[in-house]
Ligand binder design. Structure first.
Ligand code: JF8
Length: 227
């Protein structure tokens, strides 16, 4: 998989060189390129924004730099992802779908967002997904893109050492994961649930499933179709 990010804050993505994704990059499992949108401006002030048509507060990102930047990256194999508070909710299902794509390009907006014609233009040519991390407002798309790149990247074959661990995580089966414990068996008067020390793997599996259902019903009833 190849991932490209276009942003006015390229240094923000330096952290991608460490941890899991850093290893995946080094192993060549994932290629990541970060590109400065301002490299596609041609005025003295390297302007990327302008006032909104129709008035209103804030500034809008100009389409021309975006068009030049994206034309340099996009092929017919590309999925363009535009982080946006107005986008579809980014879920584990979306992460799994995107992990199977050959090339992702993240367009990280700032200000009041990117001129809509950029999304419209590329939607005529390739798959474009406007995706939101959640129902709160960030100052730009970079934090969202970082979260999405990690959520997607870790699902790419060869990135995580033990792929089975991915199957037992929250949201993989539509439920929250069961609580986890490790040594010592007793800590500050808190005991590990005895079932986990029993060695009875069938009973442990059943207990864990019950914990998932209880936890999900208590914390995220919406995942069970309840309100
Ligand atoms: N994804 C996502 C977002 C954003 C977001 C994304 C892009 C821009 C560009 C300017 N402001 C932005 C906010 N806010 N909240 C989310 N869940």
């Amino acid at each position: 998989m190849r991932v490209d990010v276009v942003t006015i804050f390229p240094d923000f993505f330096g952290v991608l060189d460490v941890s899991l994704l850093g290893k995946a990059r080094a192993a060549g499992v994932i290629e990541i390129g970060v590109h400065d949108l301002r490299a596609h401006t041609h005025d003295r002030h390297r302007t990327v924004d302008d006032t909104p048509y129709g008035g209103g507060a804030g500034m809008v990102m100009r389409p021309e730099p975006w068009g030049e930047a994206l034309d340099a990256l996009i092929t017919d194999q590309t999925t363009l992802i535009v982080p946006s508070p107005a986008g579809h909710r980014f879920t584990q299902l979306a992460a799994r779908e995107l992990a199977g794509k050959p090339h992702l390009v993240f367009a990280c907006g700032r200000y009041e967002g990117i001129d809509q014609r950029v999304i419209d233009h590329y939607s005529e040519r390739i798959e474009v997904r406007e995706l939101s991390l959640g129902d709160y407002v960030l100052n730009g798309g970079e934090v969202a893109a970082m979260a999405m790149i990690e959520a997607v990247g870790r699902l790419v074959p060869g990135v995580v050492g033990n792929p089975q661990s991915l199957d037992e995580e929250s949201h993989e089966d539509g439920l929250l994961e069961y609580p986890s414990y490790t040594k010592p068996a007793s800590w500050r008067g808190h005991e590990v649930p005895p079932i986990l020390l029993s060695g009875n793997h069938a009973a442990i599996t059943a207990w864990r499933r019950e914990q998932q259902l209880d936890r999900t019903a208590r914390i995220r009833p919406d995942l069970l179709g309840e309100q």
